[in-house]
Design a protein around this ligand. Sequence first.
Ligand SMILES: Nc1ncnc2c1ncn2[C@@H]1O[C@H](COP(=O)(O)OP(=O)(O)OP(=O)(O)O)[C@@H](O)[C@H]1O
Ligand SMILES: [Mg+2]
Length: 611
Amino acid sequence: MGDTRLAIRKVAFKHALAVTASATAAALLVEGVSKSFRRETGESVLALDNISFAVGHGALAALVGPDGAGKTSLLRLLAGLIKAERGRLSVLGIDAARDPQAIQSRIAYMPQRFGLYEDLTVRENLDLYADLHAVTADARRTQYTRLMDMTGLGSFKQRLSGKLSGGMKQKLGLACTLIGSPELLLLDEPTVGVDPLSRSELWEIIRQLVKDGLTVLLSTSYLDEAEACEWVLVLNEGRKLAEGPPAHVSELAHGRTFLAEPPAGTKARDFQARLLIDPDIIDAVPESGLVRVVTQLHADQSALRTFAGATARPTPARFEDGFMVLLHQAKGADTAHANPPEAEVPVSGRDNGAPVVEVRDLERRFGDFVAVDHVTFSVKRGEIFGLLGPNGAGKTTTFRMLCGLLPPSGGTLTVAGVDVRRDRASARQHLGYVAQMFSLYGQLTVGENLDFFARAYGLGGNQKRDRIAWALSQFNLEPFVNLPSAHLPGGFKQRLAMAAALLHRPEILFLDEPTSGADPFARREFWRRITALAAEGVTVIVTTHFMAEAEYCDRAAILDSGKVLAQGTPAELRGHASQKAGRMATMEDAFIAIVLKARGEPALKSALAAR
Ligand SMILES: Nc1ncnc2c1ncn2[C@@H]1O[C@H](COP(=O)(O)OP(=O)(O)OP(=O)(O)O)[C@@H](O)[C@H]1O
Ligand SMILES: [Mg+2]
């Protein structure tokens, strides 16, 4: 790693010189910028409304806000890819309206869906970007080593990028973006789908680049990442809600943040659902076996220290708490208290305690490569089971085998009592699958997508009509029924994917990173649905790279390189991590500890979560 660091420094030193030479007051200067788009339905949407801010040279800055806040539009304006209707943007001292090409030759922009060539190998993709930026053979050698080290893709150079796992693709995209030594980085959600370990490694690199003079502006839905930046811009529906150091936002929740202990025998997630009914509570999420609560400002604070009969103790506010307060003020009172999902009883038969999903010694090879290596677990009816693990661990491959989409190389698989290897078709009747980077038809409208999936599940006539009507109303998709699904705001795409998977009332749901890229509100809403479904008896197997979400699971397994490293309840898994000074161990601590121990690597000095 020492050599790599040195190489980074050298490259970054060049940046620093370039930056000083072209020094102006700010690296990014935005004054009174507005931008609207016309939807295909003819409706005009104001994506950015009179936005002004400045980011200094060498800053590490974050852009946060719910889906549809205008984050991507702002980044595209700064990259000179689209033009503002009103206002002025200057990037590295260059006017974006006058000379977008000059900007593009000095910055790097990584879009949300980075365009990798799936039929080229990892190495060929890098070569392509190096050619585009006319990088010399010498520079390639040092840059490639640095980038492969940073992304952990070194041993996969010859793999076709179409065959990488979701997170590996994201990391390769970032590597390609960094080729060509830009002076300014604009990154649109660079860590979506990236596992907790790689995320802290990527952050380590970003910090190093910034330390050496590069300016970085990134959008993120990980609020701990925003908290790690020196400057944050919070947007909502095109408007600026706050700007400045993240501590200014955390401050908004000061004195309003508590940790409440669920009554004995009550699951944290059920207690959370109960707390969310209280109109004085803005936000509640499970955390290390307790429930973290953010309250409305209240004259009599002490009265609020018991919630639903449980005792609660104050805890220091973090950025996420302040963010929820800010958004609550902007959106009105209905945010946390959106109607709870309606009880839906899709499950026939009652619980007899037998496992609904049983996986034994499951194995999958691709040539010599073992992607899933003797995996064993079982899940009971109504349980939420988490399948966690770093990028490339074999989670998606396991899901694909469970759904009968990929034949296993060995082992046994039963789903709802049906042997998946022997009778795929009848196993599929029992399950719903939401694929990673899900597979909706972008050109089809919301209504057409539902119709398509209903037919695929064999629904017809009145039954089909009723289930589509149910899906539209349950997931609040009615206003969008005629909108092509590609134009849905992010959170709504997720809802549609989930609605489609539930049309045939499956008793088992497989969810592969359903919350990746979703904003904090959409994620909370999503988990309320999942917990309600589980309470009705639906069995859920889910994967996520948001370790805080693993707290919603009854049990979870942690996989790496195709092997199960640990499994148990969140409390049992947390037991693998040592207590950090002044706070309880989190699932993220446990995940990192378990994976590093199995890999024989030393503990991380500065995991992002271990602020
Ligand atoms: N068709 C294939 N041919 C060759 N290798 C494959 C193929 N499909 C998957 N792999 C490899 O199997 C491993 C596991 O991939 P998988 O997609 O299951 O990981 P994952 O745990 O879902 O990761 P992520 O969190 O990034 O989504 C990876 O190394 C991947 O490159
Ligand atoms: Mg995956």
